[in-house]
Design a protein. Structure first.
Length: 311
């Protein structure tokens, strides 16, 4: 477990896997990718080429090169010399269990097997492995080559050393890993997103505001602040000279009362269609790809500002 990571294997090269591959290449690693899809290698290399300009803006590590990417449809060959594996296969429990058992058999015993799974717990994923102690969830926030967050959580058979080593590894390559001490569906970041969107849908359904105005309220209000610091630290600032202590003693009461009024939407076909129509109007002539590209450009700029500010 103390061996340095030099060679990374990517299992599954869809959008998440390709994004991970691009990021690891930008950090100066040798990356070998594997996927059984007939056009997988072509799609992967196209994704890496497109992501490279953003990664160059963020900053490349010494030795970073797209030439260090190799591809093989043979998973056993890809994993034979891997120090670290990042798995990104379909979210089906039976598939993941079999895949991890095969990965476990194909990799050196001292390598770490990390899953990008967003919904299947490591207890389930590692259940067919002979060496489950080295299996861990390393869940990214999309797209991994730009967003720094990685959520780390083990299963019942994951060793503390694997958790610690994973935290250290992700942090060493510029990620912001957070350790989850319990497994929950959706981990943490997706649950936070769901909590906000639950209230958005409720407010829209109650006729409080439009979908577009709800988007504006989030991204030009708290969303701007959340791009700088998290909500608890925000309340520390909001508490004025007394900080978080003043907030908890004098302002938490009104916030708690507001929490009790938060609603649960009835997600009907009509509500879904209302959102679809509104979002398509909001997007205008921009395609999903164009919106994603625009978002990534702004995110890269924000990350640069945060780095400049020392946060």
């Amino acid at each position: 477990m103390n061996n340095p990571v030099r060679r990374i294997a990517i299992v599954g090269t869809g959008v998440i896997g390709a994004s991970w591959a691009a990021y690891y290449l930008s950090r100066g690693f040798d990356v070998v990718a594997t996927d059984p899809g007939p056009n997988a290698e072509k799609a992967l290399r196209e994704y890496v080429d497109e992501a490279w300009s953003s990664l160059t803006q963020i900053g490349l590590s010494p030795g970073a090169s797209r030439d260090r990417l190799t591809f093989t449809p043979n998973m056993a060959r890809a994993l034979a010399d891997a120090d670290f594996v990042q798995e990104n296969a379909p979210e089906r429990p039976d598939f993941k269990i079999k895949l991890f058992a095969d990965m476990d058999a194909a990799t050196p015993v001292d390598s770490i097997l990390a899953s990008s799974s967003s919904g299947i717990t490591m207890d389930v994923i590692q259940s067919g492995c002979k060496h489950p102690e080295r299996c861990v969830i390393g869940h990214p926030f999309n797209p991994p080559h730009i967003i720094p967050l990685v959520e780390i959580v083990g299963g019942a058979k994951t060793s503390p050393e694997t958790i610690e080593r994973s935290m250290e590894f992700y942090a060493s390559i510029g990620k912001k890993p957070v350790r989850l001490h319990k497994s929950l569906p959706g981990h943490v970041a997706n649950r936070l997103q769901a909590a906000v969107y639950k209230e958005v849908l409720y407010l829209v359904q109650q006729g409080v505001l439009s979908v577009a105005d709800a988007d504006t309220a989030v991204c030009y209000g708290p969303g701007l602040r959340w791009g700088v610091m998290g909500p608890s630290l925000q309340w520390h600032v909001g508490g004025g000279a007394g900080g978080i202590r003043h907030f908890m003693e004098h302002l938490m009461g009104p916030l708690e009362a507001m929490m009790k009024t938060l609603g649960t939407p009835d997600v009907t076909p009509a509500l879904k269609q209302q959102v679809v129509d509104a979002v398509l109007e909001e997007a205008g002539k921009l395609s999903v790809e164009e919106l994603a590209r625009e978002e990534n450009e702004v995110l890269v700029g924000l990350l640069a500002l945060r780095a400049e500010a020392g946060r």
